[in-house]
Every structure is written in structure tokens, then in C-alpha cells.
Design a protein around this ligand. Structure first.
Ligand code: C5J
Length: 220
């Protein structure tokens, strides 16, 4: 089995059966004027990981392995957005309101696009998810099952919200999960550090972590 040097110990996976899941690298979170900045966050740390996520994507593309991108987005009629989620935050603008990049967190609006550098290529899957976890109310589980994939590498934002939630969902479903340490980011540096530690604590209770370069080198 191929092996990636990781923490808390090496991550092995069946050749050809490893998929990359890039969580929510959309303008809503990474660019000024989107949901992230409307909630009062500095988006610059998230924008800074774009080249690293691109390196990871290119590594998976070169290896011919499956790639799944997610976007957190709701239907224009908000039928898939619980009122509790919409009410949360009490900011000037909320989910569904019109902002500088169109309606916030709505599928099809400019702000909901993946950042241009990380756009999906033909053949790659894009999953629009109404929740924080990418398995909730989506076809992700079915898609992985039909491709016989049980090993996942994760990247994207934010580390402690949508990335961690999805990793925990995947872990409970029996997937082996590795998070690319420098291809994920949070608006809160402490939360990122703690999430990485939580994932690999207790012998990898949620999964593994490794730097992007280590993962890409192992794929070659
Ligand atoms: C958040 C996400 N933070 N993608 N979404 O609301 O982490």
C-alpha cells in the first residue's frame, strides 16, 4: 500500500483509491464582501492558502485521482436553509441578503463560485451543501460508495467548522481521513491549531494530518 508520512502515524491507502475533498473554497468565505467578512472576519488568512490548495489539487490531477469540491450554498428560495441558521449572527447582512457579490451563500450567485484559481475542471465533482458537513443532505456518500473510495484527503475552509464537521461525518461513516495541514485555514488561528490537535489526538481519533508537500510527493 502507498504510504503518506503523517501524524499521529503513517497514513496508508489502496493505490488509486484516494480522493481529494476541497471544502468551500468559495468567494463567500475567501473574498471581502462575502459571508465571512459580513460576519466580521478578516478573510486574508483564508486567501493566503489558495496557492497551497492549488498545489494539492494539481498533485491529485497529475496522479489521476478523483477530486470533489464543495460549496456551502442554499437554494434561491431558501427552502433548504433552516430559519435558525439564517437568524444566526444578527449581522447587517445574512444568508440570502444582497451583498457586493450577489445574494449571500446562495447557489448560482457570484459569491458562491469557487475562487477562480481553484475552479473545478471537467470531470471533477462539485457538491453544493446546505449544511456545514458535506455528507448532510448531499449525494457525497453515494458518490464515494459507487467509486469504491474509502480514503479521503481534506483541504479547505474553515478548519474548525465545515472541514472538521465533514471529517467527523466521514470518520463516523468509516472513511480514513487525512487533513492537509497548510491547505486549510480558519479566521481564528487558535481554532485551527486546536482542531489539528483534536483530529490526531488519541491515536488519530478523527484522522491524520500532514503537510501538502508531503502528500503531493507521496502521490508521485
Ligand atoms: C462557515 C465553513 N464557517 N465553510 N462555513 O460558516 O466553514
Amino acid at each position: 500500500m502507498p504510504v503518506i508520512a503523517a501524524q499521529p502515524y503513517e497514513f496508508d491507502y489502496p493505490a488509486g483509491k484516494l480522493a481529494l475533498v476541497v471544502i468551500d473554497m468559495q468567494r463567500d468565505f475567501v473574498e471581502e464582501g462575502g459571508f465571512g467578512s459580513v460576519l466580521g472576519n478578516d478573510v486574508r488568512p483564508l486567501a493566503a492558502i489558495v496557492p497551497t490548495v492549488r498545489r494539492l489539487l494539481d498533485g491529485f490531477r497529475a496522479a489521476g485521482l478523483p477530486i470533489i469540491h464543495t460549496r456551502e450554498g442554499h437554494r434561491p428560495d431558501l427552502a433548504d436553509c433552516p430559519p435558525a441558521k439564517r437568524a444566526r449572527g444578527r449581522g447587517k447582512l445574512g444568508i440570502g441578503d444582497s451583498g457586493p457579490m450577489g445574494r449571500i451563500l446562495i447557489d448560482g450567485e457570484p459569491g458562491n463560485d469557487l475562487v477562480p484559481e481553484l475552479a473545478a475542471l471537467p470531470g471533477e465533482t462539485v457538491i453544493v451543501k446546505p449544511g456545514k458537513g458535506a455528507f448532510y443532505a448531499t449525494r457525497l456518500g453515494h458518490l464515494l460508495e459507487t467509486q469504491g473510495i474509502g480514503h479521503l484527503v481534506f483541504a479547505g475552509v474553515t478548519t474548525e467548522v465545515c472541514v472538521q464537521t465533514t471529517m467527523r461525518e466521514a470518520n463516523d461513516r468509516g472513511y480514513e481521513c487525512l487533513l492537509a495541514e497548510d491547505a486549510t485555514e480558519s479566521y481564528f488561528p487558535d481554532f485551527k491549531a486546536t482542531t489539528l490537535a483534536m483530529i490526531r489526538a488519541q491515536g488519530g481519533i478523527v484522522g491524520w494530518t500532514a503537510p501538502t508537500d508531503t502528500i503531493v510527493k507521496a502521490l508521485r
